[in-house]
Design a protein around this ligand. Structure first.
Ligand code: HEM
Ligand code: HEM
Length: 192
């Protein structure tokens, strides 16, 4: 028997919700492209799906920088009704998600630089190179990128199961807080 509790915490702000769902779209695209694109080898050129992976990746990096800046300056109101242990577990999962959301793209970018590939936002604005061409460190980071993508995937699965568990089993308002149509009058984010 699952203990019921009444979550009445206000919704995430419109900016936080927009950034959350934009990240979801970009990450979903990155996984699909990353898992279907041809294997990357020494003489591979950044064309086709690989070019798409770098392009979507550049957009994701920009969105994540905005998201982290926004999150650090706009803390969501704590859900007072949430059992303390659940609050700690969700806090740790969100923190790990943020770490992976920053590290996975960063390692992909380092690897792209070590291959002599320039990462460009919208195909126009070049990002700086993060490692020299042919760097063994940059090469190794490509492997870590692929492994950490699986860690990120596992966290996302856990996160989505938790959101659905809140909605369908605990029947509280945790999922509603993050939905695009969540009430703006109950906006919870406030400047620190
Ligand atoms: C969270 C976002 C991302 C996800 C989920 C993701 C996922 C993946 C996956 C699944 C692979 C294939 C790994 C393998 O076959 O072992 C891959 C490879 C790669 N990704 Fe990403 N990626 C992301 C972001 C980026 C970004 C931002 C860049 C660069 C700007 C990038 C550059 C690369 C490169 C260069 C490879 C080939 C690495 C190698 O085989 O050495 N990725 N990515
Ligand atoms: C790529 C997939 C996803 C990623 C990377 C992701 C990431 C995150 C992160 C980092 C947070 C913490 C927000 C903060 O406090 O700053 C969050 C919150 C949240 N996400 Fe996701 N999310 C994803 C998909 C989803 C999906 C598919 C759902 C719904 C089924 C969902 C529902 C929620 C909810 C309800 C919250 C608020 C949780 C709370 O207030 O305790 N997320 N998400």
């Amino acid at each position: 028997m699952v203990k019921q509790y009444e979550s009445r915490a206000p919704a995430y702000g419109i900016v936080a919700r927009t950034l959350h769902w934009l990240t979801v779209l970009l990450i979903a695209a990155q996984f699909v492209i990353g898992w279907t694109m041809p294997g990357v080898h020494k003489d591979t050129q950044p064309v086709g799906l690989i070019a798409w992976h770098l392009g979507v990746g550049a957009a994701l990096i920009a969105v994540m920088v905005l998201r982290v800046v926004w999150r650090l300056t706009h803390r969501p109101a704590p859900d007072e009704a949430l059992p303390p242990l659940l609050g700690v577990v969700s806090g740790i999962t969100h923190f790990l998600l943020y770490i992976c959301l920053l590290l996975v793209p960063l390692l992909g970018w380092i690897n792209a630089s070590s291959r002599g590939w320039t990462v460009r936002l919208a195909g126009v604005v070049p990002y700086p190179s993060l490692s020299r061409t042919g760097s063994p460190f940059g090469h190794a980071m490509g492997d870590v990128h692929g492994i950490l993508a699986w860690v990120l995937f596992s966290l996302i699965v856990l996160h989505v199961i938790a959101a659905l568990f809140h909605h369908f089993v605990l029947k509280d308002h945790v999922l509603q807080r993050m939905l695009p149509n969540a009430g703006s009058s109950r906006d919870s984010t406030h400047n620190r």
